[in-house]
Structure formats: C-alpha cells, structure tokens
Design a protein around this ligand. Structure first.
Ligand code: PXP
Length: 247
C-alpha cells in the first residue's frame, strides 16, 4: 500500500504571516500522525519563509514516523541536514521568487554538486530522494547516484485540464515510474496532489510514497488535521467511508 508523507509547511506559513508562535507545525505533525500519516515532510527553504530551523530540530525529536526534509542542493542546507539527521532528505530545486517548488531538479545542470551533496548525506546515514520531472533524460541522469528513491513531480499532471491532457500526463508518469524502478530506486511522487486527483497516481504500480501538503492543510482548516489526513489515507486505499473521494 502507498504510504503518505504529510507536508506541514503551510501550517508554518500561517504562523509566519504574524511572526508569532502559532499555529505550530509540530502540533500539526502530531495530529497528522494521529490521522495515520506515515511520514512528516518539511521544506527548509533558504529564505525561511515558512519552516524554521527550530521546527526541524523539534520535529526530529518528536516525530515518531519518518521525517523527510526537503532542501536545496546547498552546502549550508547539507550541513544542517547532516547535523539533524532526518530519515530522508529530498533534494529539490529552489528559486526565491517561486510561490512553491516549480519543477524537478535539473540533474544535467547540477552535475558534481548533486553528487557531492548525496555523498555527504550518505556519510551521515541519511537516505536520499531526488525530486525529478517525469523526463527520461533526468531520470537517466540519476543512474549511478545510488539514491534510495526518486520522487516524480506530479505538478503538470495536477495542472492538466481535460481528460486527454490529464491522461497524457499520467502516461508520462507511468513511463517515468518504470524507468525509476529499473534504476532500483523506490518510487515516490508529489506536488499538486489532492483528494480528487490522487488515486490514478497512487495506482501506478509499485508507487511507494506520496508527499502531499497544500490540499491536506487546506482541508484541515475545515475538518481538522487528523480528519484531513484520515480522509487522504482513505483515498489511498483505506476503507472509504465518505462520498468526498468520489466527486
Ligand atoms: N513534494 C515536493 C518535493 C515538494 O516540494 C512539495 C511542496 O513543498 C510537495 C511534494 C507537496 O506539494 P503540495 O503542497 O502541492 O501537495
């Protein structure tokens, strides 16, 4: 069964809007775990727009499930990760002006920088996942990097409007998934997934982990974090007790 990593960045976004101490992403992580989250994901951005260093430190001590730290391929971030030792680091691209992560890493452009980062993380005993677009050349470039997982960027799938565009994006994800599995990596996916579009992605053979943030936090505002996570878990194959997943 596909496991669910819940991204709690946007709880920190609300807190940072007032530069105060609530709501705390640590509370959200506890509620997410109670709702059935298999992992907690946070993105420590270089501009610290939402998650702060303190959040990652406290989460490292309190999260009982897998802690996945998303970060840019930068020496300062690598040093923080090596000190805090999350269970997994997902390397993502980062641009200051973006609203959210806009695409996968460009492995072809990053070259040795990504290799050096992966080596340091491995030496610290941290598993590495690479966030990549479902593009054959990018996935091929991961050959030999020895990473545990590749997370396919589902943003274009989520944005596609109309059946044929969505099916086209889904077909690309299926092909990319086969390539990821052929490399011997675990198959992860995320970005833009919600209660209505998640099931075809979860149904990709051998899909191991989905990382979902915005839609869960948005729903949590209405129904609470624990229930929002439980509803997403039902979408991933737990017994569905609500019509919401059928819309
Ligand atoms: N996976 C990665 C690598 C991401 O950068 C993000 C956004 O932080 C997500 C998953 C979650 O995306 P969303 O908030 O759209 O569910």
């Amino acid at each position: 069964m596909t496991v669910l990593g819940v991204n709690v960045d946007h709880v920190a976004t609300v807190r940072q809007a007032r530069q105060t101490n609530e709501p705390d992403p640590v509370w959200a992580a506890v509620a997410a775990e109670l709702g059935g989250a298999d992992g907690i994901t946070v993105h420590l951005r270089e501009d610290r727009r939402h998650i702060q260093d303190r959040d990652v430190r406290v989460l490292r001590e309190t999260v009982a499930v897998k802690l996945n730290l998303e970060m840019a391929c930068e020496p300062r971030m690598t040093a923080i990760a090596c000190e805090l030792k999350p269970d997994q680091v997902t390397l993502v691209p980062e641009r200051r002006e973006e609203v959210t992560t806009e695409g996968g890493l460009d492995l072809l452009a990053l070259g040795d920088r990504v290799t050096a980062t992966i080596d340091q993380l491995h030496q610290a005993g941290i598993e590495v996942s690479l966030f990549l677009d479902p593009e054959p050349a990018q996935i091929e470039a991961a050959h030999g990097l020895n990473v545990a997982a590749i997370e396919l960027h589902t943003g274009q799938y989520a944005l596609a409007t109309g059946d044929s565009a969505r099916q086209e994006q889904l077909a690309m994800l299926h092909q990319a998934a086969e390539q990821v599995l052929a490399l011997g990596c675990a198959l992860h996916a995320g970005h833009g997934l919600n209660y209505h579009n998640v099931r075809p992605v979860a149904a990709i053979p051998h899909m191991h982990e989905l990382n979902i943030g915005h839609s869960i936090v948005a729903r949590a505002l209405m129904v609470g974090m624990q229930e929002a996570v439980a509803e997403m878990k039902r979408c991933l194959g737990f017994p569905v007790s609500r019509a919401v997943t059928d819309r």
